[in-house]
Design a protein around this ligand. Structure first.
Ligand code: PLP
Length: 363
């Protein structure tokens, strides 16, 4: 039997029971609400975890990149939504090849993105599903006006090889809202999506049924809104220090980084062997790069590449040099992409080691 204490550091631990509970909770929520569930697997990039999500009732998966989709398609996943904009010839070549192996859906937010996809699909003789992306307040990608949505729908009427299905958004601005603000924020997001969907449907001349949303903090509120047809949360499988800051219980954090205290420069500081290359560079203004499991007041306030600076100023806890401690990272999704393996644990025991099969799949 292998124990956590036997592992060299830094490495990623995933608590199997917490992971299972998180997966089942969201799948049940979606099923009870009658929503399609297509979780975003960029969070874990791991075939074993996507298989758990599938077995719990997911109807396909969402990915961010064509090369990520390739890994999951090769593992047998047959319904894949690349919730991103495909731009450039190498990616067009990639997606038309992929569309021969699975039911592929892509995002579109302009005619300039849509037209080359439609031409490439036609040339290859494949059908690609598409959803119009709407910017509902996050300020990233997505159409911002009804006219843009109508232009895309009008274009696609003339191309038989792209089948428009509806609209989608990533309501990432839910991360900037309080719990009390979430229901209103979600209602506004869906109002915006519905207006886009209706206008696009009139221009397309066929029913566009899908209204797809995705963001862990908003999933509960979104599940209660009738117009929403699909939920695509990602981070919920692990949760992280950012979710804890938003009100998620620490007990639901499935992922931690095991690290060793390699220096104690003063009574209120510990230096860890996990820096930005183990925790990722993503931080949060309130939770820093993460906190110590069991000691949430002890925060990694800054990182260099191989070192994390744990600030103990507000804590009575004094970890010793050589002690192994577990950090709940600020952002589990970027943390995973720094590692090749996930160590699957229950209590103190190590049960398995799963590969992060789509690690570094950025194309
Ligand atoms: N859908 C899209 C397009 C996203 O970009 C993301 C996250 O970045 C998600 C869904 C899932 O969001 P979360 O990780 O907050 O659950």
């Amino acid at each position: 039997m292998l124990y956590i204490a036997d592992l060299d550091t830094p490495c990623v631990l995933v608590d199997l029971d917490v992971l299972k509970a998180n997966i089942e909770e969201m799948a049940t929520l979606s099923m009870q609400a009658g929503k399609r569930f297509r979780p975003h697997v960029k969070t874990h990039k791991c075939i074993e975890i996507a298989t758990m999500q599938h077995d719990a009732g997911a109807d396909g998966i969402t990915v961010a990149k064509a090369s990520e989709a390739e890994v999951f398609a090769a593992a047998g996943f047959s319904d894949i939504f690349i919730a991103n904009l495909i731009v450039g010839q190498p990616k067009l070549d990639h997606i038309v090849r992929l569309a021969e192996t699975c039911r592929l859906t892509v995002g579109l937010d302009s005619v300039a993105v849509a037209e080359p996809i439609a031409r490439a699909a036609e040339a290859r003789g494949v059908v690609i599903q598409a959803l119009i992306e709407v910017d509902t307040g996050h300020g990233r990608t997505g159409v911002r006006t009804v006219e843009e949505a109508v232009r895309i729908a009008t274009l696609l009427r003339t191309y038989g090889h792209v089948s428009l299905q509806g609209v989608y958004t990533h309501e990432g601005h839910a991360y900037r809202a309080s719990r009390e603000q979430l229901p209103e924020l979600c209602r506004n997001v869906v109002r915006n999506l519905s207006a886009m969907r209706e206008a696009a449907e009139r221009a397309y001349g066929e029913p566009l049924l899908a209204v797809s949303v995705g963001s862990t903090p908003s999933t509960q509120a979104m599940s209660t809104i009738a117009e929403v047809t699909e939920l695509r949360p990602g981070n919920y499988v692990f949760r992280d220090a950012t979710q804890v800051r938003l009100g998620s219980p620490v007990e639901r954090c499935a992922l931690t980084v095991l690290t060793t205290v390699i220096a104690r420069p003063s009574s209120t500081e510990a230096v860890l062997d996990a820096g930005s290359k183990a925790l990722s560079g993503d931080g949060d203004c309130l939770c820093g790069h993460g906190f110590a499991l069991g000691h949430p007041e002890a925060r990694v306030d800054w990182c260099s590449e191989e070192h994390g600076h744990l600030h103990l100023g507000t804590s009575n806890w004094r970890p010793a040099l050589g002690q192994k401690i577990r950090i709940v990272p600020a952002h589990a999704c970027t943390c995973v992409n720094m590692h090749s393996w996930l160590w699957i644990v229950r209590g103190d025991e190590v049960l398995a080691r799963w590969p992060v099969s789509a690690r570094g799949r950025l194309l």
